[in-house]
Ligand binder design. Sequence first.
Ligand code: FES
Length: 572
Amino acid sequence: MTGRPRSGAWFAAEGRAGMIYRSWLRSEGMTPEVFDGRPVIGIANSWSELTPCNAHLRSVADAVKRGVWQSGGFPLEFPTMSLGETLMRPTAMLFRNLMAMEVEELLRANPLDGVVLLSGCDKTTPAMLMAAASADLPAIMVTGGPMLNGKFRGADVGSGTHVWRFEAELVAGRMTQEEALAAESGMARSCGHCMTMGTASTMACLAEALGMQLPGSAAWPAADSRRYVTAQSAGQRIVGLVREDLRPSQIMTREAFENAIRVNAAIGGSTNAVIHLLAIAGRLGVPLRLDDFDELARPVPTLVNLMPSGRYLMEDFCYAGGLPAVMRELQDFLHNDHIGVTGRTLAENVADAECWNRDVIASLDAPLQAPGTGTAVLRGNLCPGGAVIKQSAASPQLLKHRGQALVFDSIEEYHEVSGREDLPVDASTVLVVRGAGPKGYPGMPEIGNFVLPRKLLERGVTDMVRISDARMSGTGFGTVVLHVAPEAAVGGPLAFVRSGDWIELDTPGRTLTLDVSEDELSRRRAGWAPAKSPWPRGYARLYHEHVLQADQGADLDFLVGASGAEVPRHNH
Ligand code: FES
């Protein structure tokens, strides 16, 4: 910290303004020393009972506060918007950018010198990182930690992953409703976020890989006392971070994103990480392309044996050594001199990390899956802006597949007929659902891994090639091509596929081809016009008018680009 802290513009002010700034805070019962120039630390808390994954964050905030006081800072906790993945309609993703915008403005508008970001559920972590990137105040993230392993009939049950499995079993008549209810009660048995390597766990790990969380933070279960130890440590450390004036823009560099992309490949992370990292990088002005995700990840094998790609859960990952053990194993692929919130290099941070269970975290010598089997980026006339497929969660025999399309204009249209015996479909059919991209739905819901047609499930079919402009849950699995860009709603080629067209997926060759001539596609395109937006007002209208495509992170166009901590002009 050079000179007086940023908060001094408020609390060291003289006259009427200074009196107002200090006096009203004194109403909370603060002693005058809090205004002596010590770093003022915001604790941005996305606690909400409507976000079950974040419902314990008030106690996490208490631990952070202890640490801030211990290190001579002045903590001030404040609520932020919260995004509950399971409850919000039409999809929590619609609001990620709104939350990011809200937190950014709160950070900039208030007398804060640094911030601890408390997040957990899927969208809350990227939203907070986007906000921190834009406001560029010293920041540490503390994710709330995963739930304890789910349990049902003596076996582990993974959040999300088993929901899809149980749904398929129910539809196929192999599971009763009573059994499903019993399974449901054992799935979420503690506070915390989904404990598979879904989007929440992925983003927690990537916040750590970017250098924005303390080493080891991502994996401590929410119910583990060490979750609170790490929170208190973050409270202690943020004060030092402010004094050193180490900011997100100095931590989340191109090298940090390269580390995060490679870590994502090793942990079998969510495809949603692609969109979120692109959005965060966009906020910083860090050049990052969709193709970087393929090129950088190709040499990296999958090491972490967690659902949905593998068999274990986050609790096991934690006890096996967590992310530091993975990053130590990956050192040949990482920028080891990168400096994160600890102020030390990555190499120093993980120097003592050990793996305690090679079944959960494999070694480079004997990886879970070979290099190049992570998330692949596809190109072709069906997705000129790109598309992604998570190979580790797909069926190997379908990664190269040619089949005839069966097309649906919405997921609702598919659901209406998916149970019908006369649905013209067999296991080789390529199911296409469009109208589910950023603008189309709106908000790009997680429907890409939609359940297979009933008649095929009953015949024992477990996977088919599915293509959409949607996302899929990080806990999902299957041979699903996602994030097709441009989406159908803006006139991407996906809008012009017809049932019966041949589609070729060649994942090893990284192509997705619609076997229809350019002339024919032009004929189909003639006269096409985007549908009129059904959102005449409010945030949905703002979103619809400004959201970028998936290959650009689906942020709002006017939020892209580096900003900073200063309020452009204020009159107080
Ligand atoms: Fe919140 Fe999965 S629903 S992390």
